[in-house]
Design a protein around this ligand. Structure first.
Ligand code: HT7
Ligand code: ZN
Length: 844
């Protein structure tokens, strides 16, 4: 397969004036008739006319009305065209029913829908399917389905047809079409300029009761973008459609967002608080793309983080404003460390702006999204909120309607703030997670912090230059008072000192507050000092972080057979837990022990080969210790978390339920599941039902509840996904692969549905002690299913192969078995470019 390089970028030979598409829908033989007005691009270096096209049957084509016979290969077609404006027309036939890749036009549950990002439009018609070709689209849909939708505003309709016009020039990856038997929840939003926007959320009949939350989230997002970024919506209608077969969470198609049902449908009895929060965030994310992604798009896919990093930063800020900022930041950092640090410290590490790729679908990664968002967060910290807003205003003014680059983005910041961002750009071009170490010095009232940064080599990048690192730091006095408030220490050198004079006593530093840079901070500190920070730090993130560091030290000592600082940890935890001034959600997070994968990476970083079984056992032992230590407080605290008010998915109630369940998990260790059985039986919402079910499964007392759950929810696919997932993620390590294998034989298992596939095999990948069990059964099973899935859905198969990305951490036996599994995948016949690239990079 061909490698695509950023350095090979050339402007398109022809630009598109406008596009007219007619769809004649039929399940196995849909006809697509395109009329496209082209004009030569004055910026182009060549006049070669090439249109992308994959899996299309060309019926006829004309140039200015004259039949032409283009040269066709598996990537597209070439034709002789004038060196002047001309009209291209073509009719193709496609097979939506046979499309299991879920890219292009496909059928999901009898409903037509599309997914065009990144390169799906070329599976619909011949087109310059690249994001720097932007055009207005008019779409006529002919079909017997009651609802026929496309981008933009509805312009005409009649029996069996509808026409939609999107006046805003857009790249083809934002094209969408939906047709089916759908019902809408309708609402409206009045913009700040008093324009009335119709809002429609389309679902399958029967799902209407699950649409309220997403609609409320949408209206909140529209309001927030006006208030915080000054961005107003720009069509007469905004629509969302829920689709059950979907490769990712959702897609920001102009005016017609398409969502995985799991990312939009919610009701208290079927959805957890985490589901509600995720839906709120994804609805906002897709809506925010209207400006950051759609009005200003990417010149090429190497600029993907231009829209994704920025839009994640925007959705994180939105959630922080709507919910608890502290809790949101902790959760975002947990996700970053769990996914992006893992990626950045293994064979799949890559730059936020990569230099090359084979399959772009493999680059919708935590690095592009989450690290990209962290880079923007750092810019925000460095320039401050006022200059950030100034820069964003300039960005929208300067690049509206354009396909822009990351350089354009940085130039805007330079022009708006007068800063030189030359060194800062390294965050985009250097892969790997920087290590930041710190030493302190105390002399005559002067306190000095000396930092050293070091980014380890990553594939293809051995040498790393120093980065600009904003280190937000405050100093606490011995009694817990803040003697030096938070300030941004701007590190630019490999080693750099910062001095604080005139202090009465040696302070305790609180470094990297709010996790001000995506680095791994190492700092020697006593357990007492960590406990002090957990009790006193005024920065909630660092307060939580101190507890996490302490827990890691306890677990590391347990795994390596050293004396763990258990008393300091348990004492600090108990004090924190009883502190009513702390919000329940924060206390729940602080009770959460570092995960097994996080511990494996921590041990690996410390030069210790992680043994997943020992990590699992150490974590179990520590949880038991925590439960016993807190035994006397559990009943009172649990009682305090009972909510009398009717269910609401807001942050306050969700926090109480999170703490209640954290306490229930501890209680279960003491009572064998008695309390959990009661909670399960009495629960009137999915958060408590599922939480209690998890406790029962952990106590190996979940059989009856599992059967009850299945009987109750057999008709609800999203809830059944949870039923599959829970059994794998709560399986004992030695049973996890067997459980997954057995579930994959269940009549309700359907490998063609990405949600269902992930609920079993994603759960196995995220069960470190199960997936990495010494028998190798987890690796073998995963390889078997990746091989089976690849011909049907290469995008999901490729994603799933990321389960093996931590190969470098483990012992020779495990590495050998993982390698064998990967080689088996690599050798399978007809392997896709997607999975081939992933496996190749892991094996390299
Ligand atoms: N921009 C979208 C990314 C995307 C995608 C979505 C659904 C299915 C396949 C996809 N490939 C790429 C989603 C987003 O970031 O908002
Ligand atoms: Zn996005």
């Amino acid at each position: 397969p061909q490698t695509i390089y950023l350095s090979d970028y050339t402007p398109p030979a022809y630009l598109v004036e406008d596009v007219h598409l007619t769809f004649r829908l039929a399940p196995t033989a849909t006809r697509v008739i395109a009329r496209i007005n082209f004009r030569p691009n004055p910026e182009a270096k060549s006049r070669a006319f090439f249109l992308h096209g994959e899996g299309l049957k060309l019926i006829w084509a004309t140039v200015d009305g004259q039949i032409v016979q283009p040269g066709i290969d598996e990537d597209g077609l070439t034709a002789e065209v004038p060196d002047a404006p001309f009209t291209w027309e073509a009719e193709v036939e496609i097979d939506p029913a046979g499309n299991t890749r879920l890219e292009g036009l496909y059928l999901s549950n009898g409903m037509y829908c599309t997914q065009c990002e990144a390169e799906g439009f070329r599976r619909i018609t011949y087109y310059p399917d690249r994001p720097d070709v932007m055009a207005p689209f008019t779409v006529r849909i002919e079909g017997e389905e009651p609802v026929l939708l496309s981008n933009g505003n509805p312009t005409d309709h009649g029996p069996g047809w509808a026409e939609w016009t999107d006046p805003w020039p857009k790249p083809s990856y934002l094209f969408a079409l939906v047709a089916g038997d759908l019902v809408a929840r309708e609402d409206s939003f009045t913009t700040r300029n008093e324009r009335e926007v119709a809002l429609k959320l389309w679902v399958r009949p029967g799902d209407e009761h699950k649409t309220e939350w997403a609609m409320e989230s949408l209206k909140a997002s529209m309001k927030w973008d006006e208030e915080v970024y000054g961005r107003e919506y720009d069509l007469d209608i905004f629509q969302i459609v829920a689709v059950s077969d979907f490769n990712m969470g959702a897609m920001e198609n102009k005016g017609l967002n398409i969502f995985n049902t799991s990312a939009v449908l919610a009701s208290p009895d079927t959805s957890t608080d985490a589901n509600f929060a995720r839906i709120e965030g994804i609805v906002a994310h897709e809506y925010f793309h209207n400006w950051t992604g759609n009005r200003i798009t990417c010149r090429d896919w190497f600029q993907l983080s231009l829209k994704e990093g920025l839009t994640v930063f925007r959705d994180q800020s939105f959630s922080a404003d709507l919910r608890s900022a502290a809790v949101q930041r902790i959760e975002d950092v947990m996700a970053l460390r769990g996914r992006q640090f893992r990626e950045d410290n293994g064979p799949l590490a890559h730059q936020v702006q990569p230099d090359s790729f084979v399959e772009i679908n493999n680059f919708y990664t935590a690095t592009i999204y989450e690290k990209g968002a962290e880079v923007i967060r750092m810019l925000h910290t460095l320039v401050g909120p006022d200059d950030y807003r100034k820069a964003l205003d300039l960005y929208f003014d300067r690049h509206d309607g354009e396909a822009a680059t990351i350089d354009d983005w940085l130039n805007v910041f330079e022009d708006a703030t007068g800063r030189d961002l030359g060194q800062f750009k390294r965050w985009y071009k250097q892969a790997g997670t920087p290590r930041l170490s710190v030493e302190e010095q105390w002399e005559d009232g002067t306190y000095t912090l000396t930092f050293t940064q070091d980014t380890p080599p990553t594939p293809g990048q051995d040498e790393k230059a120093p980065l600009v690192i904003p280190i937000v730091t405050g100093l606490l006095g011995p009694n817990g008072d803040e003697v030096v408030p938070s300030q941004v220490l701007e590190m630019t050198e490999k080693t750099q000192s910062f001095t604080f004079a005139g202090l009465g006593a040696k302070p305790v530093p609180s470094i990297l507050r709010g996790f001000s840079a995506p680095v791994i901070l190492t700092r020697e500190a006593s357990p007492e000092e960590r406990a002090f920070l957990l009790a006193n730090d005024t920065d909630p993130f660092n307060r939580w972080e101190a507890g996490r560091m302490l827990a890691k030290e306890v677990l590391t000592a347990m795994v390596t057979g050293k004396e763990p600082p258990l008393d300091a940890y348990l004492g600090a935890l108990a004090t924190m837990l009883r502190d009513d001034s702390l919000e329940p959600a924060f206390r729940a997070l602080a009770l959460h022990l570092p995960g097994e994968d996080d511990m494996a990476q921590t041990l690996h970083d410390a030069g210790i080969t992680p043994d997943p079984a020992r990590i699992h056992d150490a974590r179990e032992t520590l949880l038991q210790e925590v439960a016993e230590h807190l035994q006397d407080s559990l009943p009172r605290l649990s009682a305090e978390m009972v909510i009398e008010a009717p269910f609401a998915p807001d942050a306050e109630q969700a926090g109480k339920r999170a703490l209640a369940l954290a306490l229930l998990r501890l209680t279960t260790r003491l009572d064998g599941g008695k309390a959990a059985a009661k909670v399960y039986a009495e629960a009137d919402n999915m958060t408590l039902s599922l939480g209690a079910l998890g406790c029962l499964l952990d106590a190996e007392a979940g059989e009856a509840a599992l059967a009850d759950f299945e009987a109750r929810w057999a008709g609800d696919a999203l809830v059944m996904d949870k039923w599959f997932m829970m059994q794998v993620s709560h399986a004992a390590p030695e049973k996890a692969a067997d459980v997954a294998a057995r579930l994959a034989e269940h009549p309700a298992f359907n490998m063609k549905n990405p949600n269902r596939f992930r609920s079993v095999f994603g759960a196995l990948a995220m069960h470190p002690a199960g997936f990495h069990h010494a028998s190798g059964a987890g690796y073998a099973l995963m390889a078997d299913w990746i091989i089976r899935l690849d011909p049907l859905n290469p995008q999901i198969a490729a994603r799933m192969s990321g389960a093996f990305e931590t190969i470098g951490r483990y012992d020779a036996d495990r590495q050998g078995m993982m390698r064998e599994a990967l080689e088996r995948i690599a050798a399978s016949e007809g392997l896709s470019r997607d999975t081939g690239e992933m496996v190749g990079r892991i094996l390299r």
